[in-house]
Write a protein that binds this ligand. Structure first.
Ligand SMILES: *Cc1c(COP(=O)(O)O)cnc(C)c1O
Length: 421
């Protein structure tokens, strides 16, 4: 059988993400995970360089997380959240409120990052409506941004680089600007706000790192600028910490490094330590207050069926326990130092444009991406799970990755890029 016949026989019914199903290589089949290792059905063991799309911050199968899931499963795997609440959700909401800076105190649970961001945008538009600013229905977002794949979020992702330009005719028109990283871009943003403030409900950005847009970094001062501009123009600041939240950039939340408090923040990827689908949209008290009224029409009309699933809330609480009990942020700073050290030699390879590291994120940006499938296969041969995309090869390992495993990952990158050039 040819590879494509084998693929057809093995996968008659699955439709894979971000894949041209006619040509996509036959995917590996995972059968077990442990620590930073993924075990495949063909006997191969892979050191995981991306922690399952940046979720598995404690490594796989952490005993405390597993025990919390099992215990909750015995008692109540799920119950509806309409007109009824439960202890795991109450506990998680209050712990998130105390971890987050300022008066970010009201937590609305959903089950994915995209939907957490949809809710954030709905909150912002309705906040303006409830304050009699009904023309403020648009969102200003930034080039290089990624906020999810739903129709609403596609409209605020990077319009060209994004995966969504096919759909542009079907999406609401938003305002896309350049991040205010220098005087010229700051003045340009100010001009847009001066002209269009009456249309804008919120400014949205990923703080410090635009992840899926290509792991693009910006300085904390950019977030300070955004906070100042939002205050000046009565615009809400929404930070999408779906990727950066829970230690990835070196602090529990990226916004801490800018010492600012957003009006609304979205959390998801590492919220349950990479075990269950859960997300949270957290609003400041000032935002929440605008929804309090005798008028039922001023309430937030949203409610996913599996909102605040007890299994997911219980394991998210367990993940926060582990952040308290184990030295995660110190591990992140050790990973940062090792990544800086060990990725530095890549900078002298011919096709490399930039090497950058922040927290537990290491990025090698290329001038031109060679065939990414060839790179993926070369990484597999070296026993590492690394997924190049756009023009970057990156690492976002579990914070529990050992120095030896991390060296295996960084040396695989050097070796593969050297051969490719
Ligand atoms: C992954 C991601 C999302 C979307 O989350 P899903 O759970 O895939 O819907 C949104 N924003 C950012 C910054 C992300 O990294």
């Amino acid at each position: 059988m040819t590879t494509s016949e084998r693929r057809a026989a093995d996968l008659p019914h699955l439709w894979l993400p971000y894949s041209q199903m006619q040509t996509t290589p036959w995917p590996a089949t995972a059968i077990r995970t442990s620590g930073s290792t993924i075990f495949l059905d063909n006997g191969q063991e892979l050191v995981d360089g991306i922690a399952s799309w940046w979720t598995a911050c404690h490594g796989y199968n952490h005993p405390h997380l597993r025990a919390a899931l099992m215990a909750q499963c015995e008692v109540m795997p799920h119950v509806m959240f309409g007109g009824m609440v439960h202890e795991p959700a109450k506990r998680l909401a209050s712990r998130l409120a105390s971890l987050l800076p300022g008066d970010l105190e009201r937590v609305f649970f959903t089950d994915s990052g995209s939907v957490a961001m949809e809710v954030a945008v709905k909150m912002a538009i309705q906040f303006q409506l409830n304050n009699k600013r009904s023309a403020r229905t648009k969102v200003l977002s930034f080039r290089g941004g990624y906020h999810g794949d739903t129709l609403g979020m596609m409209s605020i992702c990077d319009p060209e680089e994004g995966m969504h330009n096919l759909f542009s005719g079907a999406l609401p028109q938003q305002i896309i600007a350049d991040l205010p990283v220098d005087t010229a871009s700051t003045e340009a943003l100010e001009r847009v706000l001066q002209e269009r403030e009456h249309e804008i409900a919120a400014i949205v950005t990923e703080p410090l790192v635009q992840g899926a847009g290509g792991m693009l970094f910006h300085a904390p001062s950019v977030l300070k600028t955004l906070r100042t501009l939002c205050d000046r123009f009565n615009i809400l600041l929404i930070l999408d910490e779906v990727f950066t939240g829970f230690g990835r950039t070196g602090t529990m939340f990226a916004c801490e490094q800018a010492q600012i408090v957003p009006d609304i923040v979205a959390l998801s990827k590492a919220l349950t330590g990479g075990t269950m689908a859960l997300a949270a949209t957290v609003a400041r008290q000032t935002v929440f207050s605008a929804f309090l009224s005798d008028d039922p029409g001023k309430a937030l009309m949203h409610g996913p069926t599996f909102m605040a699933n007890p299994l997911a809330c219980a394991v998210a609480n367990a993940s926060l326990d582990v952040f308290e009990q184990e030295p995660r942020l110190e591990q992140v700073s050790r990973i940062e130092a090792q990544l800086k050290n060990e990725l530095a030699p890549c900078a002298s390879l011919p096709n490399v444009r930039d090497v950058r590291v922040l927290g537990a994120i290491g990025v090698v940006e290329l001038e031109n991406m060679p065939n990414p499938e060839h790179l993926k296969q070369a990484f597999l041969k070296l026993g590492v799970w690394i997924r190049p995309f756009r023009n970057i090869v990156y690492l976002t390992p579990a914070f529990t990755v050992t120095p030896r495993e991390l060296s295996q990952l960084t040396s695989a990158i050097y070796t593969v890029l050297k051969h490719a050039s």
